[in-house]
Design a protein around this ligand. Structure first.
Ligand code: GLN
Length: 484
């Protein structure tokens, strides 16, 4: 029998071959990941719900297919974890919030369905910031996620559980969601690969909404190939999501080894401004040098609006909170979720929402409601939308002369638990390099490019024009190869 630790660390594509050849069974693989969860859950706290029985059943079903010689899906037997805002039929989906703590969805999200159809084994639901609002995975009813590289530090957020689980062998692959950086920043903090796909690339049917014009589901993996494998499974048009793009499905895994020879990589100077930690800058520049040494052409570019925190962060936190205030109005204690104990209707709304939402969520609902209110709509919301158009134009212009852009993911490595909780503005600033991507709707990947002296991972962010995820994967693959 294979050694447990070894099994968990092996890449998905190798495990798939090992399953097909009979070297390992899906049950063994699932048991090994469940054991890794059991050992680490108390310490890292990556999961909110662990579905051990369901996972074993799914694994056994895969083993039966193998024994019967039936055809297998592309992720057959691979243990996957889902961020706890992706609906799973019959399994609690809490968004790390009291208000949904008793919510059991009656249906699967499209991504859940696609994973199941591909043979993936869903082991559980991952910890996150409440309603995906946060950058540290500390705003959660389940308690903070701890960084597997240093348990005093945050895993990043809001998909902290998704990044920490993959980094510590508690899932082979995971899904997160990214509204302003929530896949890429935790991926960077935990030393794994994370992709925020083009807006519309992956169906959001069954994703609990935070800010609908920005939200995207995306994958996290321990290496670039694994991440591209699961991306190919979840991406593609879905009639259930009216914002899903009707474009051909990707086949990124096939183009992975094409290299970067002849690609032009733009370096936007605004993303290397003051506030960027020097160790982060050194590692990011090293990552860029790897691209150059493998044949990419490096050019300096400027993104005056998209790269300016005063515009990008401000526009993001107006638009995201405005949309959140509208999306979260559905939690009223009537249809589902937490219900306050009162017979008076108005009191029911008030108490349910006061009891159900955490402080950060309440802050965002108030901010967003304010920005949308009659007297302030033009001054804030409309202005933010105009800035958003300029940010989009910045990228469109730059991508006329570059194939991809390269920047840091976050200004620092993982910070200490508790360090920023009292200062929301400081917390918001950790998103300065990631939010523009969401405002423009373009794809972006975080790939490890080194570590700080203290041993904390650092990510390189690569950006591409809409629907050019392939370019991101093949460039990230080059950085990964140079690093290992
Ligand atoms: N940290 C950002 C926020 O709090 C981004 C969150 C996300 O991408 N879901 O809004």
């Amino acid at each position: 029998m294979a050694v447990e630790g070894d099994l968990n660390e092996r890449p998905a594509h190798e495990l798939i071959d090992a399953l097909k050849s009979g070297e390992v069974s899906a049950r063994e693989l699932t048991d090994s990941v469940l054991a890794a969860i059991e050992r680490q859950q108390e310490q890292i706290n990556a999961y909110i719900t662990i579905d051990a029985d369901g996972a074993r059943e799914q694994a056994d079903a895969v083993d039966r297919r193998i024994a019967a010689g039936e055809s297998l899906g592309p992720l057959a037997g691979i243990p996957v974890g889902l961020k706890d805002l992706i609906c799973t039929e019959g399994i609690k989906t809490t968004c790390a919030s009291h208000i949904l703590n008793n919510f059991i969805p009656p249906y699967d999200a499209t991504v859940t369905q696609r994973l199941k159809a591909a043979g993936a084994v869903i082991v559980g639901k991952l910890n996150m910031d409440e309603f995906a609002m946060g950058s540290s995975n500390e705003n959660t009813i389940a308690g903070p996620v701890r960084n597997p590289h240093d348990s005093e530090r945050v895993a990043g957020g809001s998909s902290g559980g998704s990044a920490a689980a993959v980094a510590s062998g508690q899932a082979t692959l995971t899904l997160g969601s990214d509204t302003g950086g929530s896949i890429r920043q935790p991926a960077s903090f935990c030393g794994v690969v994370g992709l925020k796909p083009t807006y519309g690339r992956v169906s959001r049917y069954g994703l609990v909404a935070y800010a609908s014009s920005l939200d995207q589901i995306g994958p996290l993996g321990r290496n670039v190939r694994d991440t591209s494998l699961i991306f190919d499974v979840i991406a593609g048009h879905d009639a259930h999501d009216s914002t899903s793009a009707d474009v051909p499905s990707p086949n990124s895994a096939a183009q992975l080894e094409q290299g970067v020879e002849g690609l032009t990589v733009g370096i936007p100077n605004e993303f290397f401004s003051e506030g960027l930690d020097s160790e982060v800058e050194t590692a990011v520049r090293k990552g860029i040098a790897h691209l150059e040494s493998r044949g990419a052409k490096i050019v300096d570019v400027s993104l005056p609006v998209a790269g300016h925190p005063e515009y990008a962060i401000a526009a993001y936190y107006i638009i995201a909170t405005a949309e959140a205030s509208s999306n979260l109005s559905r939690y009223d204690g009537v249809k589902y979720g937490h219900r306050a104990d009162t017979d008076d209707l108005i009191e029911l709304y008030e108490q349910t929402r006061s009891e159900g939402f955490g402080d950060e969520v309440k802050r965002r609902i108030m901010l967003g409601t304010y920005a949308l209110s009659a007297g302030y709509y033009d001054a804030y919301y409309l202005k933010a939308q105009r800035v958003r158009t300029l940010i989009k134009a910045d990228f469109e212009r730059t991508f006329k002369s570059c194939d991809i852009l390269a920047t840091p993911v976050a200004p620092t490595t993982a910070f200490k638990i508790g360090e920023k909780v009292e200062d929301p503005l400081q917390m918001y600033l950790s998103d300065i390099y990631t939010v523009s991507v969401n405002l423009a709707g373009i794809p972006s990947i975080s790939v490890p490019c080194g570590k700080s002296e203290a041993g904390l991972p650092i990510g390189l962010q690569l950006l591409a024009p809409p629907f050019e995820e392939d370019r991101l994967f093949r460039s990230a693959r080059v950085v990964e190869q140079e690093l290992t």
